[in-house]
Design a protein around this ligand. Sequence first.
Ligand code: URA
Length: 225
Amino acid sequence: MGRLNSSARAALQPVAEPHRDCGICARLVAYRNKTRQAHPDWFNGAVPSFGDDKGRMVIVGLAPGVSGANRTGRPFTGDYAGDLLYATLAEMGMVTGSYKATTDDGLRLVDCLITNAVRCVPPENKPTSEEINGCRPHLAARLSAMPNLSVIFALGRIAHENTLKALGAKLSAHPFSHGPVHKIDRIHLVDSYHCSRYNTNTGRLTVEMFRSAMSIAAALRVRQE
Ligand code: URA
């Protein structure tokens, strides 16, 4: 390959926050266009990470819900899963303001940032392997752009595995389950079952289990000071 000029080189660099109209995944673009036609007033784009990019903790979710984060443009905002996530963050003292499921609720995250393994809404909440792989460079760039990162709290297996791959760690050395702490170089990775309606309705994840896993992550963040 010939030498690239600086704008061509920049275009090849994965960015922490993809363009709202990211075009990497054809199926997700088609779904976004369909949703945009039906709901032109919704956000309908790659949902940017939310929170403190100098924070020590990152929460990695799965992907925006169609009428939640895809509608509002903020991770977990307006999604059923957000009620439990933001309430638990508030209990840990990791927010200021109150979560009201809208982007103008004035909520701020303290020492923490929320992102998703896949930034665009997938049909039926199910991204394909290709889409998960296609979005990983953004997750990797997001993590490496956080100078104080010490703890990652992964919600569900897809977030766990995409995070391991983004960090260059072996999946076989770090199997997913609820609650364990994995050490990857200087980063602690703590897993939880995803705080989805399905998991809480079926009892796979209780409020207490979620609180307990998040408090492990929050405490590790404190210990690294
Ligand atoms: N909303 C998000 O932004 N991410 C999830 O994983 C679930 C709901």
